[in-house]
Design a protein around this ligand. Structure first.
Ligand code: FES
Length: 673
């Protein structure tokens, strides 16, 4: 391989990463060269797939199945060289003929050159849902609660040491804490007595700077601290009172697909900045099950943890530079995520979450610290995690319910969080029942041949001409579509049904239009004709089946929860829709599809990302943090798969809109059924 390396050394001198690869090549002659059209190249060996090699070099492909060869999304085109292909999966004969292969199933057996199509590149960035509440401080106030953040502060004037008063610095501090009047919150609770704060713990790191800080401040200092549920206090930082420091906190939503972080001023409750990114764990698979498998079977828990903590720290580092904040000034954080995401964030093995009887390690998390979390904030910062209800109803749903206020009203409401999966809850100020629907990630593109998230290049809506039956599409960002996202899929399926292109079961009628053609997955409808036939955007028979299964799971979940509660749809006063998908969901179309209940539009309330606003509320108020725990304890989890009648509900919902048309009167009227 030496002749190649010589060429590489000359052409890649500018890239440190690539130079590293070249240097390694020189000493390890068994490596081959993987070139990527456009200039980059890496070393690859015969035992490593193209997918793994690209990933190891920071180039990520769309890979919902996590490299198992089943999703067909990690396509690359081999333009020269020899390859060993283990499996072709769903690739068509034409695609194979054109040199397309699945990167996760292909290794090199000679130097090889590949081209990575745009649709295979993992797009990071784009539209990420944040809360619809713009004035978060006002929303906090609407709960009638005071600002009482997770990290608190108290000012102390310590007696100056002398030969007569010669106790140690730490003892002097604790005596002073014991002696002070009730601190800034103006309340008396266990551990904070009328004679001061007792029971405070001090970390080694805290104490190791105490000597200098006390003297720098002339023994006039400000202490920040947090309080655990069992009234133990943890010291966070101590500052000279004369040297003011900022007080900041983070509200963090860890979604399966996205990560959102709010930087919050703990004094005023103002959200100073918002950062978001796609959860880079996506490179290990789209859904929680694939991630759990990676964590447990591949020994990949550390990978997954490092990846998501890295995502958060990248955002936090930007905040710190942009707002001139030190790590030390970030004194608190609240984590809101589903049970698997919360476990992985804390490095807890999630294996038991997917094994009967589906028991997580933790539902109610202890108050841990910034250093335990590996966050780039104060190591002693208080890090609170929203409690989970069960393995598949996590802290993000509990924060969501807090944010929706459905737990405060006597009127019965339905809460739906439609994201990478779907969770539903029904209840009021006395009770809440909840369930997870096995809807899967198809509304975010998983399991759909040309499915993708709602980012640049996605078909987001579609109409069909009633005469010619030709489709017209609207693409996010304009231009040539790269795929179709959830709202586009729902539009398409409803339009198909409206115009007789599919029947109630989603089966194509090929006599209707030549746009229905034979494809690799059976019949498919041509939505967009591309210059390159391999990039024609189609919805296939298998896609139809997956979408109908997903909507049936959601609707069956709602129906069963209502049935278990002994209620009917007409008692619902409100339907709160949360999640990124909720932002752009067309209610009328979703009702016609039979995915959500046929209720008057005015009953629907779209809340966007409720997980992040719930995390913010918990960050800013002890009372609301306690309320989160009360909500979690009041929620009764229903495991749909073991409740009698689930299959009946599910099978009834496997039609458009439903086998029982009386449940969808408005859809019947619009569709003329
Ligand atoms: S087929 Fe390769 S990542 Fe799914």
């Amino acid at each position: 391989m030496l002749y190649l390396l010589n060429l590489g050394c000359r052409s890649l001198a500018a890239s440190e990463l690539q130079l590293k690869a070249v240097n390694k090549c020189i000493t390890r002659g068994d490596f081959m060269k993987l070139s990527i059209t456009g200039g980059k190249f890496f070393e690859i060996n015969a035992d490593t797939t193209i997918y793994e090699t690209l990933k190891a070099n920071g180039m990520f492909l769309v890979s919902p199945c996590g490299g198992k060869g089943t999703c067909g999304k990690c396509q690359v085109k081999i333009t020269s060289g020899g390859a060993h292909v283990k499996a072709y999966g769903k690739l068509t004969p034409e695609e194979r003929e054109a040199g397309i292969t699945l990167a996760c199933q292909t290794s090199a057996n000679s130097d090889i050159q590949i081209e990575i199509p745009e649709h295979s590149k993992l797009v990071l960035g784009g539209k990420i849902a944040i809360s619809i509440f713009k004035d978060t401080a006002a929303y906090l106030k609407s709960y009638g609660t005071n600002i009482d953040p997770l990290a608190k502060r108290v000012s102390l004037v310590l007696p100056l040491p002398s030969i007569q008063d010669n106790i140690g610095d730490l003892q002097r501090l604790t005596h002073s804490l014991n002696d002070i009047a009730v601190p800034d919150m103006g309340i008396t609770t266990v551990g904070i007595t009328n004679t001061g704060i007792t029971n405070m713990r001090f970390s080694h790191e805290f104490v190791s700077t105490l000597m200098e800080t006390l003297r720098e401040g002339g023994f006039n200092v400000t202490l920040s601290y947090s309080k655990t549920n069992n009234s133990v206090f943890d010291a966070i930082s101590v500052y000279p009172t004369a040297r003011p420091n900022g007080r900041y906190g983070l509200a963090i939503d860890i979604g399966t697909t996205t990560v959102v972080v709010y930087l919050v001023d703990l004094v005023s409750g103002t959200v100073i900045d918002i950062g978001s990114t796609y959860n880079s764990q996506t490179k290990f698979g789209d859904d929680v099950i694939t991630r759990i498998v990676h964590a447990t079977e591949g020994g990949g828990l550390a990978d997954l943890r490092n990846t998501v903590v890295g995502d958060i720290n990248t955002i936090v580092d930007v905040f710190k530079v942009k707002h001139t904040i030190t790590s030390r000034e970030v004194e608190a954080a609240v984590i809101s995520g589903n049970t698997t995401m919360s476990h992985i964030f804390w490095g807890l093995n999630p294996a038991s979450i997917r094994e009967d009887p589906y028991i997580p390690t933790v539902n109610y998390y202890p108050l841990w610290h910034g250093s335990d979390a590996r966050l780039a904030i104060n190591p002693q910062a208080a890090v609170y995690t929203s409690p989970s209800v069960a393995s598949y109803v996590g802290g993000d749903i509990v924060t969501g319910i807090l944010a929706s206020k459905m737990h405060l009203s006597p009127g019965i409401a339905l809460f739906m969080d439609i994201g990478t999966n779907a969770e539903v809850a029904i209840g009021n100020d006395e009770w809440i029942m909840t369930a997870a629907c096995s809807a899967g990630p198809c509304f975010e593109g998983g399991g759909i041949r040309f499915g993708m998230r709602a980012t640049q290049g996605a078909i987001e809506s579609m109409a069909i001409d009633p005469i010619t039956l030709t489709p017209s599409v609207s693409v996010i960002g304009g231009g040539v579509p790269a795929g179709i996202c959830g709202s586009g899929m729902i539009d398409a399926i409803v339009e198909f049904y409206k115009h007789g292109i599919i029947n109630q079961k989603g089966v194509f009628n090929p006599a209707k239009t030549p746009l229905i053609r034979e494809g690799v997955d059976g019949l498919e409808f041509l939505i967009y004709k591309a210059d390159n036939p391999q990039r024609d955007i189609v919805l296939t028979t298998v896609d139809m089946e997956n979408l109908i299964r997903a909507k049936a799971a959601i609707f069956a979940g709602v129906s069963l929860l209502l049935r278990e509660a002994g209620l009917t749809l007409d008692v619902l006063e409100k339907v709160y829709v949360a999640g990124g998908f909720g932002n752009s969901l067309n209610v009328e179309k979703a009702v016609m599809f039979g995915m959500i209940p046929d209720l008057p539009q005015e009953k629907y309330v779209f809340l966007g990302n409720t997980s992040i606003i719930g995390a913010y509320l918990a960050l800013m108020s002890d009372e609301l943090r306690k309320e989160l725990e009360t909500i979690a304890s009041r929620m009764t989890y229903i495991e749909l798969s073991v409740v009698g009648g689930y299959m009946d509900e599910y099978m009834s919902a496997m039609f458009i809109p439903h086998t029982d048309l009386s449940k969808f009167p408005s859809a019947v009227a619009v569709l003329g059924l």
